[in-house]
Design a protein around this ligand. Structure first.
Ligand SMILES: *Cc1c(COP(=O)(O)O)cnc(C)c1O
Length: 397
């Protein structure tokens, strides 16, 4: 019964969130996702905060593939995979993703959040160990909480600490090192060559979450393993169809045959949650076809990222160095980051400010995300707007 006391309790939690300045407002879009969007009420803006890295979220070929898939495969499956929720198109997508990522096998999930939530519990027991980067994604953290293995957290990107934690875990029956391929707040890339080397030295498995990399990192877009030259040495890759690969929804785990087979038998989100919608499965196959035939989109993204990073640096802003289309513009002050994002929206540039607890205290920033869809003019307009607002707020002198 939701009585006055329960209402008061929930309202108190909401007040705490507001008081902490972490209450999140949502801006509804009046258009499909893209480089140019209309934000309610009727504001036309350039979009610099989507994970639509390759612009596939409303690409004509992707929409056409989705229409055809709807006619061919229907709308929903109304079942989990092992009852009557598997169509040929789901098997095709698993085969194609394994090929694309250079792994033996692949298993689909309704999201990458579910893939990460369902991977550790079947694989690891109380006498096993998980060695995980301090800044890994929330879904990896939740996944590690759902399994009985001993958890060792190593300092972000710190290879000496990883080595030490692997030594601590030396008696474990099975050990796995888990890292994001690209860290979403800093846009930095995991040192996969070093991580694979240490894992081989300590006989540990390696798992990489490549959600911010699949489709565009590496010369042919296979992800951070290709970028770091370690394809074939990563045992398990989790990734999402909800970012560069069309941005709809869905995720998967790609890796060693036996691991994928075990997950099909025991992973709880796979066994107890509905199958990926056929239209998403079929359209994802079309996206993999597109990206396998040409590197044009990831090349455009790479050029755009280099141009934007060069020009925003020349304008005098302080950014986290790197090569990834996630470009963190450091403001440090929380209020200033929020105010700057607000004024940029008024200038027609849609970006989001991030502050504690999403990033450490005193590390507030605006995270700009570049897309292959942006034109050189779009990128320059963004830099000019940053410079105008930056001067107004005293960020630039
Ligand atoms: C976005 C993201 C996820 C979640 O992916 P979904 O498919 O949207 O659930 C998981 N891990 C990382 C690193 C991400 O960036």
């Amino acid at each position: 019964m939701f009585d006055d006391e329960s209402r008061r309790q929930v309202a108190a939690r909401l007040s705490e969130i507001r008081a902490a300045g972490t209450y999140k407002e949502e801006h509804a879009l009046e258009t499909p996702q893209g480089a140019r969007i209309r934000v309610r009420p009727g504001r036309d803006v350039l979009n610099f905060c989507a994970n639509n890295y390759l612009g596939l979220a409303s690409h004509p070929a992707v929409i056409a593939a989705a229409h055809a898939a709807l006619d061919r495969w229907g709308y929903g499956m109304a079942s989990v995979r092992f009852i009557c929720g598997t169509q040929e198109i789901h098997e095709t997508l698993e085969t194609r993703m394994a090929e694309f990522l250079g792994t033996d096998a692949c298993i689909l999930f309704s999201s990458c959040f579910d893939a990460n939530g369902g991977v550790f519990e079947p694989l690891l027991d109380g006498d096993c160990a998980l060695i995980t980067d301090q800044l890994n994604h929330a879904s990896i953290i939740d996944g590690t909480r759902l399994c009985k293995a001993t958890r060792h957290i190593y300092a972000h990107g710190d290879m000496a600490d990883l080595d030490a934690k692997l030594t601590l875990a030396s008696a474990a029956r099975l050990k796995i090192v888990v890292t994001d391929g690209v860290f979403s707040m800093d846009g930095d890339i995991a040192k996969l060559a070093d991580i694979c080397g240490l894992a081989e030295k300590h006989r540990a498995l390696v798992m990489v979450d490549d959600s911010h990399a699949t489709g565009f990192m590496g010369r042919t877009g296979r992800g951070t393993a290709e970028h770091c030259g370690v394809m074939g040495r990563v045992d398990l890759i989790s990734t999402t169809f909800g970012k560069a690969l069309g941005g709809a929804t869905g995720g998967c785990l790609a890796g060693r045959t036996e691991i994928v087979e075990l997950l099909r038998q025991r992973s709880r989100p796979y066994l107890f949650s509905n199958t990926l919608a056929p239209v998403v499965a079929a359209t994802s196959v079309a996206v993999i076809d597109l990206l396998s035939h040409s590197t044009e989109l990831r090349d455009a993204l790479e050029r755009n990222t280099a141009l934007f990073r060069r020009e925003i640096t020349a304008a005098g802003f302080d950014l986290k160095p790197g090569i990834h289309p996630i470009v963190p513009i450091m403001l440090y002050d929380e209020r200033r980051a929020v105010e700057m994002a607000r004024q940029l929206l008024d200038e027609g540039i849609y970006v989001v400010g991030f502050s504690h607890p999403v990033v450490p205290k005193g590390q507030a920033r605006i995270r700009v995300q570049i897309s292959a869809l942006h034109t050189a003019d779009d990128l320059r307009s963004c830099v000019e707007a940053f410079a105008r607002v930056g001067k107004r707020l005293g960020v630039l002198t």
